[in-house]
Design a protein around this ligand. Sequence first.
Ligand code: SF4
Length: 146
Amino acid sequence: MKIAVSACLMGDNVRYDGSNKRNKELIRLLESHEIVRLCPEAMVFAIPHPPIELQHERVIDSAGYDHTEELEAACKECLKKIEGCDLVILKSRSPSCGSGEIYDGSFSGTLIKGNGLFAALCLSENYQVYTENDLKIIKDVLDRSL
Ligand code: SF4
């Protein structure tokens, strides 16, 4: 299968603080599949950069600056990159990649229901979107594809 994956889950140091969220178990599951890595935020921001969150559908950094238009444009570019992918696996809770829950924009670690900008775009295009918290489901989907 051809699978789009958040670059930070694959171990790329693209997070706001220059770190990654490498997920060994996910990487092992994906070993024999074609991977398309993506990171909308790395297309917009230098690394490291201040953290961002969604506030009423606007992309705001911790200093109060609005980056909505730039990040929306990057997400659209990423959507082109993943054309033809069978699955999309994104980092949970991110303002770009989060699916189902995201931080509430207060930079206090509070979660609310919602999707990051890129996840929402993928869902609107009917991609199957999972996070690193769905490893069992992902394994079942991959097993069925064999
Ligand atoms: S969650 Fe998405 S936007 Fe954030 S660092 Fe990972 S790949 Fe990039």
